[in-house]
Ligand binder design. Structure first.
Ligand code: ATP
Ligand code: LTN
Length: 334
């Protein structure tokens, strides 16, 4: 890694098939950062088990996610793409940071409240301490910038608080990270319920477009997307369905909202939806072809998994050794 570049860290949970929302809101933006920053993109499988996962599915989803990262344009030579569970330093620092995080702080996390009401039969300690593991992910690499969506802002603030607290007690140890919200941070909403976010763990598959959905499936889902009855293609808070489709169209084509509204000024919803569907298909088809090609290349993917975990481990070790020394753990005997 070049020393003069700032460090970016982000992660995605392998908790389902990645969606058009993940692609337009995150991955597509990440690819634009790879030349100017040193980037680490982690597949956070240890975070995923805070809710119950099927083992075979988790393994497959993790590999699919790694392949999809690369197919979307993240160069595995320029970015460190790896599985969290292959770098045990995450868990080690996570434990240490638990001892510098207050119950009251974790109790305030809205994601914890939401997930514990959704999974009332499995409110486990991991779900509660999820944010300290996330802080460890970020702080291990002396990260400068963390690209995340709005929903992760609270976790990032907590990360900054924990890092600041540790630095106050022991002297400068961790870089205090900043959030990084991309310029085209399109927030894609669920197709059938356009007031809530499109989410890969949504059980209603008509709400989401998966990155690997067939063209006919994509066209069909967009045609069935919920709209309204005034038949005007216009961006407005009162028209969440149409506004969402406009957003999808703009993020897929690069047009501005004003340009798109003009293009569809005298066009009915049917033709508009066809245009949106075609734009999404055109955008995803090359990515899907690349996924199919990479899936055939088992050895190449295995090498990336191995080499990148080693790279991440070396970087993580530097911070972890510093932390051990500061808190008074004995040095290892060589
Ligand atoms: P889950 O359903 O497991 O909570 P998710 O699909 O909501 O997953 P995350 O894994 O939480 O996605 O987020 C991965 C990245 O994708 C984050 O940077 C997040 O901001 C972005 N992202 C997720 N959903 C959307 C969306 N609907 N629109 C834009 N960006 C999104
Ligand atoms: N909590 C995040 C995933 C995540 C993450 C991270 C993001 C885990 N560790 C570190 C950025 C940095 C989510 O659910 N989107």
């Amino acid at each position: 890694m070049a020393d003069d570049k700032k460090i970016i860290f982000s992660g995605m949970q392998p908790s389902g098939l990645i969606t058009l929302g993940n692609y337009l809101g995150a991955l597509n933006n990440w690819t634009k950062l790879q030349d100017d920053y040193n980037c680490l993109y982690c597949i956070v499988d240890m975070h995923a088990i805070t809710v119950r996962q099927d083992p075979a599915k988790l393994r497959k989803q993790s590999r699919d996610l790694l392949i999809q990262y690369i197919a979307c344009g993240l160069d595995p030579e320029k970015n460190i793409i790896y599985y969290q569970s292959h770098v045990p330093q995450h868990a080690e620092l996570g434990w240490i940071l638990n001892c510098y995080t207050y119950m009251g702080e974790l109790n305030r996390m809205t994601q914890f409240k939401e997930k514990s009401s959704k999974h009332a039969d499995n409110i486990n300690a991991g779900l509660f301490t999820y944010p300290t593991l996330m802080a460890a992910d970020i702080l291990l690499y002396q990260t400068d910038l963390v690209p995340v969506g709005e929903d992760q802002r609270q976790h990032l603030e907590l990360t900054r608080d924990i890092a600041g607290r540790f630095n106050t007690i022991y002297g400068d140890t961790f870089k205090i990270p900043e959030g990084y919200i991309g310029k085209v941070g399109a927030r894609i909403m669920a197709l059938q319920e356009p007031t809530k976010k499109m989410s890969k763990s949504d059980e209603n598959k008509n709400n989401t477009i998966a990155l690997m959905d067939e063209p006919a499936v994509i066209m069909n889902k967009i045609k069935r997307a919920v709209t309204d009855s005034d038949n005007q293609v216009r961006f407005s808070e009162e028209k969440p369905g149409i506004s969402n489709l406009l957003n999808i169209y703009c993020a897929s084509t690069g047009y501005t909202l004003a340009e798109a509204e003009k293009e569809f000024e005298n066009v009915g919803y049917g033709a508009f939806k066809t245009a949106v569907g075609e734009a999404v298909v055109a955008n995803l088809e090359p990515v899907q072809a690349k996924v199919r090609e990479l899936e055939k290349n088992k050895d190449y993917i295995d090498t990336i998994i191995k080499v990148n975990a080693e790279k991440a481990g070396r970087l993580a070790d530097r911070t972890l050794r510093k932390v051990h020394k500061k808190i008074g753990f004995s040095a290892r005997i060589k």
